[in-house]
Design a protein around this ligand. Structure first.
Ligand code: GLU
Length: 473
């Protein structure tokens, strides 16, 4: 529900960013109103018999924008899920897809359950029933609306969604493309699991390479030896931390439900994860200080804070105490509008969610393409590339009379596999989008921040497609 105590609700927050961007745009009357609004909202309540008795489960699927088909966006399982939240997340998907040139409208789904209260068998039945409800109203399909994982869901749920859809449409040749984030054996793609975290890393690396911006906030360019605190050690947080660490950052703090840990000398993210698996908690990790409540971890000293959990984590209450110079929004909506004003006034640089976490949907797009083309990426070209490189290298070796060791030779002539193509496509997408947003930002001194620039960039692309449809003059 929208907040009533003077602070904005999540969807109002998203629309505030939209309205700020709209001030820099001139379009025919009604166009931006059409872009801003949620096009279709489907609410469903269905009964399920579980260990807790007969329960009525509430779920939603919101299609924010039909300017392109299909619609795209994850499905969230959490007890706090509401129509309001799903609308905000669906809207973010529209702008996110436009920013990274993924040709989809935005959507989002939510089921109001706490997955920890149910057995895998019960979650399977809830997932299959929710999918059947989507099918009934034509809210799922390769060309209609394509779900994916989000908070509380993963490959397992996507496999059930695919299987349910396929059994309703036997023989539909493109059925695998009805959902992304599937396990590899069910038509998934290499690199999708880590895609959002990897995208966060690529985006952050690009931002930190801009010497002028880094100077403004008092940091040296590049990621090397930057100190990082991550909130959330789920799929996105873990992978963002892992890739940032591999890219030269020092992970000094990690926050989870049960509390936080801090070690200025750096934390080995894999070791923390192993410790959590063993003890069910990140607390008491050797060499690190325990922090309680968990939220205090966000206020510790660091260069970069990566909130990678849920929305509304940095609010007007804690924003004045955030010490980070960069807030990298890996989650959707982690910084409230009021907190954003406070952080901006204090010179903290926010890399916005709508750009920074777009890596997930980007690789979902690659999975969808793979499913529709019915061929693995790399299958057609790999050997051809390999033999071409081999011939070139052999010629160079012959002309220079220098013969490379076999291992080096093999690494040079290696043809691209699916994972190589996915990662290179993701890197290209994140870098290109960053510079599009950046040019927008630097092109007009009145544009206050990267988020407004990102919304302007996305809204321009969406407006063009409406105009090209001839709906608006
Ligand atoms: N749930 C993810 C997001 O918020 C991925 C969506 C998708 O892959 O469609 O971006």
């Amino acid at each position: 529900m929208p907040k009533t105590n003077g602070t904005l609700g999540f969807f109002e927050n998203v629309n505030r960013s939209f309205d700020r961007a709209a001030r820099f745009l001139t379009y025919p009357e009604g166009l931006l109103k059409q872009v801003r609004t949620c096009n279709s909202v489907y609410t469903v309540h269905f009964p399920i018999k579980t260990q807790h008795g007969y329960e009525v489960i509430s779920g939603w699927r919101v299609q924010h924008s039909h300017h392109k088909a299909p619609c795209k966006g994850g499905i969230r399982y959490a007890p706090e899920v509401s129509e309001h939240e799903v609308k905000a997340l669906a809207a973010l998907m529209t702008y996110k897809c436009a920013l990274v040139d993924v040709p989809f409208g935005g959507a989002k789904g939510g089921v109001q359950i706490d997955p920890n209260r149910y057995t895998p068998d019960e979650i399977e039945r809830i997932t299959r029933r929710y999918t059947a409800e989507l099918i009934k109203k034509n809210f799922i399909g390769p060309g209609v609306d394509v779900p994916a994982p989000d908070y509380g869901t993963g490959g397992r749920e996507m496999a059930w969604i695919f299987d349910t859809y396929a059994s309703f449409y036997p023989g539909q040749i493109d059925a695998t493309a009805c959902v992304t984030g599937k396990p590899i054996t069910q038509g998934g793609i290499q690199g999708r699991v880590e895609a959002t975290g990897r995208g966060v890393y690529f985006g952050l690396r690009e931002a930190c390479e801009q010497a002028e911006d880094m100077k403004r906030i008092g940091l040296s360019p590049g990621l090397a030896d930057k100190t990082v605190i991550v909130q959330g050690l789920g799929n996105v947080g873990y992978h963002a931390a892992k890739f940032c660490r591999e890219g030269g950052c020092r992970i000094v703090g990690i926050a989870e439900y049960e509390g936080g840990i801090y070690n200025p000398r750096g934390l080995d993210v894999d070791a923390v994860l192993a410790h959590r698996r063993e003890t069910r908690s990140i607390l008491d990790f050797p060499g690190a200080e325990n922090i309680r409540p968990s939220s205090d971890t966000l206020e510790r000293e660091c260069d970069i804070l990566i909130p990678a959990a849920l929305e509304n984590q940095i609010t007007e209450a804690n924003a004045p105490r955030i010490q980070a110079k960069i807030v990298a929004e890996a989650a959707n909506g982690p910084v409230t509008a009021q907190a954003e004003d406070i952080l901006s006034a204090r010179g903290v640089w926010i890399i916005p969610d709508v750009y920074l976490n777009a890596g997930g949907v980007t690789v979902s797009y690659f999975e969808w393409l793979k499913n529709l083309s019915h061929v693995n990426l790399g299958r057609m070209g790999k050997r051809f590339e390999q033999s071409a490189f081999d011939r070139i290298l052999h010629t160079v070796e012959r002309l220079t009379d220098t013969w490379l060791p076999e291992a080096e030779r093999r690494s040079i002539v290696h043809g691209a596999d699916e994972i190589d193509l996915v990662n290179s496509g993701l890197e290209e997408t994140m870098i290109t989008a960053y510079h599009q947003i950046y040019e927008e930002w630097k092109g007009d001194a009145r544009i206050p921040d990267l988020r407004t620039a990102a919304f302007i960039s996305a809204m321009k692309k969406i407006a063009v497609s409406y105009m090209e449809l001839g709906i608006f003059p």
